[in-house]
Design a protein around this ligand. Structure first.
Ligand code: NAD
Ligand code: DAU
Length: 342
């Protein structure tokens, strides 16, 4: 099987490429990524020379380039990870989220339709369901929970999901969608909660917690997400949405304190800063469908996964220290520095 993976130089896409090459060495992977601030070619170095792997630097918004690539490479399957993925950045500048996450998706699907791909898989997010109230722990997101978004990011992802379903119904494109909860693990860009707190704690810098830190996220180790997508590609039913999550709800403040404990750092590094605008309260996935239909269950418990993750960041300082220099410093100053929005 020839799999075209977009956004494979980012966090989840790169982990997915490693997972697939290991699990299905008979398949070949073509990674397409335009290398935004979040994409790092160095991440893919370990597989760059592998015969069944190739990389093309291309923007999914480049219609001509994408069609040309499909003409030349004729992929069997497309897995679209490429996206602008950070909520805070979407609040600052929504436009690029609409362009990549919506228009980019439509261009990929047009090409998939024109070249008869056997499966187009859209990597979506639980954020398309909006949030759940804090005082109703009995409520969960199901696949038929109405889309009800809060941020420009989640709205762009929900728009893409609607388009994907429209391409299925209107043109018969063989699609699947997965909606996963918050991922953590190796190669996550240090603007996201867990790697940001690890990097700051290691440097004895303040740990910026939005508001009271009581918001709840449902954390899943990245490899468990990759395993679920792999199953959906091979066994999932066309035209279906699959939720992915491991029933691991935690408050932000508890995650930050856990990271302090693991690294032997004091809680007085924690700073409660201005809350995120439109901040979603609680996410909680019901993964019953993917479990029942495809037998998926997560392998990694949070207690193990967070230790593996912290150890990975300790062992790969060069990877993230490179990333947090340059442009990222400017972003950080703007968002968190003196006079910044948070
Ligand atoms: P990321 O920001 O780490 O990586 C995104 C990748 O896409 C980068 O390599 C970037 O260079 C590339 N990219 C961005 N715009 C592009 C464009 N126009 N053309 C080509 N490449 C482009 O994101 P991530 O956290 O790995 O998320 C991957 C996907 O998974 C996204 O679609 C996101 O919505 C979804 N998702 C993420 C999470 C999470 O917790 N991180 C959870 C559920 C779903
Ligand atoms: O749920 C899936 C989504 O998870 C994905 O679709 C997104 O791409 C991904 O970025 C993630 O979104 P979140 O907004 O939940 O993740 P983030 O790491 O930005 O924030 C997690 C929580 O931590 C959230 O409640 C905001 C809070 N936070 C975040 C940062 C960066 C802080 O308190 N301080 C911070 O500095």
């Amino acid at each position: 099987m020839k799999i075209l993976v977009t956004g494979g130089a980012g966090f989840i896409g790169s982990n997915f490429i490693f997972y697939e090459l290991e699990k299905h060495p008979e398949d070949s992977i073509l990674c397409v990524d335009c290398l935004t601030y979040a994409g790092n070619l160095s991440t893919l170095e370990p597989v760059m020379e592998q015969e069944n792997f190739s990389f093309v630097k291309m923007d999914i918004r480049d219609r001509e380039g994408i069609f040309d690539l499909f003409e030349k490479t004729r992929p069997d399957v497309v897995v679209n990870f490429a996206a602008e993925s950070h909520v805070d950045r979407s609040i600052e500048n929504p436009q690029v989220f609409l362009e990549t996450n919506i228009i980019g998706t439509s261009i990929l699907m047009d090409a998939a339709k024109a070249y008869g791909v056997k499966r187009y898989h859209q990597v979506s997010t639980d954020e398309v369901y909006g949030d759940l109230p804090m005082d109703r722990p009995d409520l969960f997101f199901y696949e038929d929970t109405p889309l009800h978004t809060s941020s420009p990011y989640s709205s762009s992802k929900a728009s893409a999901d609607l388009l994907v379903m429209a391409y299925h119904r209107t043109y018969g494109l063989p699609v699947t969608i997965s909606r996963c909860s918050n991922n953590y693990g190796p190669y996550q860009f240090p603007e996201k909660l867990i790697p940001l707190m690890i990097a700051n704690a290691l440097a004895d810098k303040p740990l910026p917690v939005y508001g009271e830190g009581l918001n709840i996220r449902d954390w899943l180790y990245v490899q468990d997400h990759c395993k679920a997508i792999d199953l959906i590609l091979r066994k999932g039913r066309v035209g279906e949405v699959y939720n992915i999550g491991g029933h691991n709800e935690m408050r932000n403040i508890d995650i930050v304190k856990l990271i302090c404990d693991e690294l032997g750092k004091p809680y007085d590094l924690i700073r409660h800063v201005e809350d995120r605008k439109g901040h979603d309260q609680r996410y909680a996935i019901d993964p019953g469908k993917i479990h029942k239909e495809l037998g998926w269950l997560p392998d990694t418990k949070f207690a193990d996964g967070i230790r593996l993750t912290i150890q990975w960041y300790l062992d790969h300082k060069d990877w993230w220290e490179n990333i947090i220099s340059g442009d990222y410093q400017k972003y950080y100053e703007k968002m968190y520095g003196e006079g910044g929005i948070h």
